[in-house]
Design a protein around this ligand. Structure first.
Ligand SMILES: Cc1cc2nc3c(=O)[nH]c(=O)nc-3n(C[C@H](O)[C@H](O)[C@H](O)COP(=O)(O)OP(=O)(O)OC[C@H]3O[C@@H](n4cnc5c(N)ncnc54)[C@H](O)[C@@H]3O)c2cc1C
Length: 443
């Protein structure tokens, strides 16, 4: 499973490179007009690569399971974020080179007198810059998540749409039938993607609703929502995966939230999500009524033990509500009679706030599970681990001089804990391919 996923991962990476560089190859393959300066061709090439990258951003965020499977959603979103800086630099280099080598082109910035091709270029570049600024400083600018998502959608369509119109109007590099066909294919593909993500997928979700069958309070200010498919069979999932949940609004709206499935994958006809009360949406979960409709888009993610059949042992490190994907894994393993060694480090504020505390004790009886609680604020007489999870605690458990593929480590918890454990894992020289994490803060 692991090698298949690595091969697929390499294949997608090459396909991505190929698609990004195709416009450049096509441009280079056709001879340039006599007397045309090299810097001008270079400037246009950089713009083309940047534009292809921007158009492909829509593929990265379109939630194609086959694309995300080898990497996991987290890595794909991370790549989406990082590559947007590269695309911005490439796209900005296009006009900057023109301005440097041919200063009279600066006049094209005057949108009142400039031709339409230049106006579209200005709209594309400004939209792209706004996209990047709002995404980096969303929290500092106090833009709430829903508004950001709506604007992110509008600005990205504007950036790519205006850039494509600019290419078409500039004309020179789409002058031959082959080059023209290439940009038509890119444009049709991009518009098709938009239709799929904005219309077809949400419409499909409305035809495959779920119903709430139980709402149960858990320790640690959390609520478990249990759902059943309504009028369809639902989906199979790997334990540890997550879904996008739309509760109380239409799938056409942006009001969806990601949550890990916490129930056993052996019973896919009844799925549960355990949700901690943290903000505007999650505080409404307690008021959910049995019978309410929910739209569930999933499953997604690569945070699952199913991809690591070869492992001798699994070590889970969870903090607070980060236990949810691990709980799904443990419940599934117990239902399947798993016998391999399992260790769970579970960090919480105090004894009373440990979500699933009693069930985890029961699971020790059904699994070869060593459960290590770490409490930030332990009560008197607590003889377990206390404070923050640290290197010494992990070193006690992780065998020294680990060889590759023996022990798989899974981490999910609040951001400071994720950062700390990430550092420890690096210090302990665990092979990156044996270390897996799920971040609950995508943006
Ligand atoms: C892969 C994944 C799995 C998750 N699994 C769980 C889980 O099992 N249980 C659980 O309690 N929480 C889980 N979360 C976190 C959960 O999605 C957020 O806590 C929740 O969306 C916050 O919404 P809010 O309106 O209550 O909070 P707010 O206070 O409004 O938002 C807090 C922050 O949460 C993020 N956020 C808000 N809305 C969204 C959204 N629609 N989509 C993505 N991020 C958003 C933003 O960064 C925002 O700044 C998971 C997150 C991810 C990415």
């Amino acid at each position: 499973m692991k090698s298949r996923s690595i091969i697929l991962g390499i294949l997608w990476a090459f396909l991505y490179l190929f698609l990004v560089l195709t416009p450049l190859f096509v441009m280079l393959a056709t001879p340039s007009q006599a007397g045309r300066e090299v810097w001008r061709d270079l400037s246009v090439s950089l713009g083309f690569i940047g534009l292809a990258m921007m158009a492909l951003q829509f593929v990265l965020t379109a939630r194609f399971k086959w694309l995300k499977a080898p990497y996991g959603s987290d890595l794909v979103y991370h790549f989406h974020r990082q590559i947007s800086f590269v695309a911005l630099i490439l796209i900005l280099s296009h006009p900057l080179l023109l301005f440097i080598f041919s200063p009279q082109t600066l006049a094209l910035l005057n949108i009142f007198s400039a031709p339409w091709r230049a106006r579209f270029a200005v709209v594309a570049v400004l939209s792209l810059m706004a996209l990047v600024v709002f995404s980096i400083w969303r929290k500092k600018l106090k833009i709430d998540y829903y508004s950001w998502r709506i604007w992110h959608g509008i600005l990205s369509v504007l950036a790519v749409g205006a850039a494509l119109v600019h290419v078409e109007m500039a004309g020179y590099y789409v002058s031959t039938p082959f080059k023209r066909a290439l940009w038509i294919v890119y444009t049709v593909f991009w518009v098709g993607l938009l239709l799929y993500t904005r219309l077809i997928k949400p419409w499909w979700l409305t035809k495959h609703p779920y119903r709430v069958v139980d709402v149960n309070e858990e320790r640690g200010n959390s609520w478990t929502l249990t759902l059943e498919p309504f009028g369809h069979k639902g989906f199979k999932f790997h334990p540890g995966q997550f879904c996008w949940i739309n509760l109380g609004s239409s799938p056409f709206s942006e009001k969806e939230h990601p949550f890990s499935i916490s129930s056993s994958a052996v019973k896919p006809g009844r799925i549960s999500f355990t949700i901690k009360e943290l903000g505007d949406f999650t505080r409404t979960i307690r008021h959910t009524k049995v019978g309410e409709s929910v739209y569930v888009d999933g499953p997604y993610g690569a945070f699952t033990t199913d991809r690591h059949d070869h492992a001798r042992e699994f070590i889970f490190v969870a903090g607070g509500v980060g236990i949810t994907p691990v709980m799904s894994i443990l419940r599934t393993m117990a239902d399947c009679g798993e016998t391999r060694k399992l260790v769970l480090f579970y960090a919480n504020r105090d004894w009373e706030s440990i979500t699933f505390r009693e069930e985890l004790e029961e699971l020790k009886g059904r699994l070869n599970l060593q459960l290590i609680h770490v409490l930030e604020r332990p009560h008197d007489n607590w003889d377990g681990k206390s404070g923050y999870l640290n290197r010494e605690m992990l070193e006690e458990i992780i065998p020294p001089e680990l060889s590759i593929n023996q022990v798989e480590v899974f981490l999910c918890g609040p951001p400071p804990m994720m950062r700390a454990v990430n550092r420890i894992v690096r210090d302990l020289e665990i092979w990156p391919g044996d270390f897996h994490y799920e971040r609950f803060d995508l943006v």
